[in-house]
Design a protein around this ligand. Sequence first.
Ligand code: NAD
Ligand code: TYD
Length: 362
Amino acid sequence: MAVRTYLVTGGAGFIGSNYIHYMFEKYGDDIRIINVDKLTYAGNLENLKDVEDHPNYTFIRADVCDGEKMMEIFNENDIDRVVHFAAESHVDRSIKNPDVFVRTNVLGTLNLLNAAKAAWENEDGTFKEDKKFLHVSTDEVYGSLDDDGGYFYETTPYDPHSPYSASKASSDFLVKSYMDTYHFPANITNCSNNYGPYQFPEKLIPLMINNALQGKKLPVYGDGKNVRDWLYVADHAKGIDMVQEKGRLFETYNIGGHNEKQNIEIIYTILDCLREILPDDDPRKANISEDLITYVTDRKGHDRRYAIAPDKIKKEVGWEPDTMFKEGIRKTIKWYFEHEDWMKNVTSGDYQNYYESMYANR
Ligand code: NAD
Ligand code: TYD
């Protein structure tokens, strides 16, 4: 079998690094991965330490907004698959500074589409065989659901509310336009909230674990009853791979495991798990208390509820999540607990300034 070459963008981030681990574990030497990442605050090569010496792994530090560089990478490598994760991904940051979201998420995606199209298109406008582009997107493009029901289907109209989700929706539409206009060989996946190892502690779960371990306040936005539909990150990686290999080209697939939780429930679960995991003689155990929970000013335009209907990916592709929440959250908390150095490294430097600016007067 020929070795298949993947171009993964944003592979040094949370989901991208988990995806690269998943793919090498599954395919070993049968694949080659080129990871293109700008290494923003969210990208961290430590996430990939155990694959950095793999003979089939290459890292290129580059910005997806650099169109010429993207063309060059395609010219120098015979790319078979693109899996496009690179993005600005945090809603709160997008509320403070939308511009970089449009640049990276929209223009960056356009550059990649153009580079892949230039490399893969034949003179007659058809595309070379077995070339595929997968655009990784979010359920947030569908907007917000009411507390009392409903799900996001692939047919749900787009209704993004935050600058983040609006930029992701724009990038989805660009990918769709390339499929519709040029018959460009692509898929889009829209996934629910992920959790697991290597997530940057600006997002709910690692932020609460890190704060609780340090005895710092746990800042809950609004009434704490907003609902997110949580999926273990390895199950997302598996879904992406299955869509690319078994899905129908030009289709969108929603990925989610029917695991809706209120934010406050997540925080109680984290506190319970930490109490269970920390040994009695660990001085941090005394910090773990519900008294740390602090209700703060709500996020502007805060979406109430997200919930994915994964019927299509289950039926057409045969995808099912492997990790149930009870097991996944325990594994995740244990991972952060056992990787204190990782947490210390990513929260040194700019993180303190970020935290001050987001939470000091909230
Ligand atoms: P992340 O913020 O952890 O990682 C993003 C990565 O992209 C980082 O390594 C960063 O350095 C890189 N990057 C940013 N700008 C870049 C640029 N201009 N050029 C090259 N690289 C750049 O994000 P994540 O949570 O891993 O999300 C990955 C993708 O999955 C995003 O497209 C996001 O929209 C999507 N998604 C995320 C979730 C979630 O729950 N985190 C859910 C569904 C979909
Ligand atoms: P987040 O992890 O930022 O993901 P997203 O906004 O993309 O869903 O937030 C998850 C939920 O947790 C969301 O409803 C906002 C809430 N939240 C808090 O209550 N406090 C916090 O400090 C953070 C970061 C999030």
